[in-house]
Design a protein around this ligand. Sequence first.
Ligand SMILES: CC(C)(COP(=O)(O)OP(=O)(O)OC[C@H]1O[C@@H](n2cnc3c(N)ncnc32)[C@H](O)[C@@H]1OP(=O)(O)O)[C@@H](O)C(=O)NCCC(=O)NCCS
Length: 152
Amino acid sequence: MKLKQTTTPTKIELQAMATIAKTAYPFPRYRWNLRDYEKRVDGTNIFILARKGNGILGEAVVNPKHSKHAAFLEDIQVRKDAQGKGIGKALLHAAERATKKARKKYLQLDTFQRNRRAIAFYTLQGFNITGLMETDTRVSEAGLRIIMQKEL
Ligand SMILES: CC(C)(COP(=O)(O)OP(=O)(O)OC[C@H]1O[C@@H](n2cnc3c(N)ncnc32)[C@H](O)[C@@H]1OP(=O)(O)O)[C@@H](O)C(=O)NCCC(=O)NCCS
């Protein structure tokens, strides 16, 4: 598995990311589609791709200019059949390296309260819960949004 980092993913890479989200992301209503990935291509957001051969096993999207002191993890997904093998961890570590390179002290993210797997994963990797946010539909089927942060 190799990691690739780019601010200009190809159309094929964007399509692969949307395909991963379709199988991996647990809440259909909040799942990103191709358009959502395309919208993030703005010359600033960093796309980190976990590649094996011609395939993409996982991806992360980081906004290094989220705020004065923090970058933001916009998205992280690993293909369902590739989960539990350390790929998510490798992507998250690459996102942390990109945050440091951008001279930001914190990496922040949000996740849904009912995404227990993701919350356990982030907690294991040293993130702390710093806040709660209602969703657009107040408390959705996915629960509240949990804000998490790691100091780097
Ligand atoms: C959350 C996600 C990115 C984690 O990626 P992953 O490749 O499966 O995770 P890893 O294999 O790197 O595992 C990292 C740690 O979690 C642990 N873990 C693995 N599978 C687990 C499971 N089913 N339940 C709890 N912990 C688990 C591992 O033991 C590992 O711990 P370690 O650091 O002590 O070895 C992945 O599960 C995913 O894509 N989920 C669906 C999309 C999603 O919800 N994204 C988050 C949006 S906020």
